[in-house]
Design a protein around this ligand. Sequence first.
Ligand SMILES: Nc1ncnc2c1ncn2[C@@H]1O[C@H](COP(=O)(O)OP(=O)(O)OP(=O)(O)O)[C@@H](O)[C@H]1O
Ligand SMILES: [Mg+2]
Length: 283
Amino acid sequence: MSETYPPPAAAGGSTIRLENVGTTFTVAGGSFTAVDDVSLTIPGGSIQGIIGFSGAGKSTLLRNINLLERPTSGRVWVDGEDLTALDDRALRRRRHGIGMIFQHFNLLNNLTAAQNVELSLKFAGVPGPERRRRAAEALDVVDLADKAGTYPAKLSGGQKQRVAIARALATNPKVLLCDEPTSAVDPRTTASVLQYLTDVNREFGITVVLVTHEMNVVKAIADNVAVMESGRVVEQFDLTELARPGFAPATAIGRYLVSDDVELDRPKVRAAAPAAAQAVAGV
Ligand SMILES: Nc1ncnc2c1ncn2[C@@H]1O[C@H](COP(=O)(O)OP(=O)(O)OP(=O)(O)O)[C@@H](O)[C@H]1O
Ligand SMILES: [Mg+2]
């Protein structure tokens, strides 16, 4: 394997290559394999869905990408650099290029929206005045400039998630890791959050990796999907495949997840992102 594999992304987003990644936890009475020999390439600038039932290993795999959970086997390449080979200092630096957002937003309640966003810049060593400027810019991207001085308790769920997106964007990342970003918000807010994720992907070319258990979320914005079961990626396909007559996922779980869209009021063909995101909310 060459040191420069895979090639750097042409667009603004990083190409990610997971190579035989495994994560085994030590548990009472033995060990438990949460991620089992996963190999996956995520092209720079794409939106990659990772879907599966609870306990499938989705969050662990996502955390393997920035080594928040260091894999026990395999390698993680980001733009041709093997993150698993870096020392702690170099890894910390690389992590500034990988933003992350979570189901429950993870905002600090005693800080305003702007201060929450500034925090990621502070960790990145950005000086004060520059921090304030970039935090304001990031809040502007998610249309929350007017909420800069507001504390999380006075923000809606969707606004909190947008602050979290701004916080993740403030360090100009090339990758945005999203762990169930819409499962704590209502369907209309889901559409709004997905819209912002699509916008940052399109405008800045950021590679988005989106973990969810909802296929309608994947269908709305992802380019490709990986289906996980018992720690393994059991199949992957391009979302445009869904429009191909006769296409059916290869695995039973893939077929189940694809058919599990009874609440949707939209065609199965992946439309342009704004319409698709609205369709998730049924608006
Ligand atoms: N630190 C840990 N120690 C032991 N087991 C763990 C640890 N973290 C996760 N697991 C186990 O690994 C499996 C996969 O967990 P993970 O959180 O990755 O699943 P998930 O697909 O994200 O599930 P959910 O949809 O419920 O969030 C689960 O059985 C979980 O209990
Ligand atoms: Mg999870």
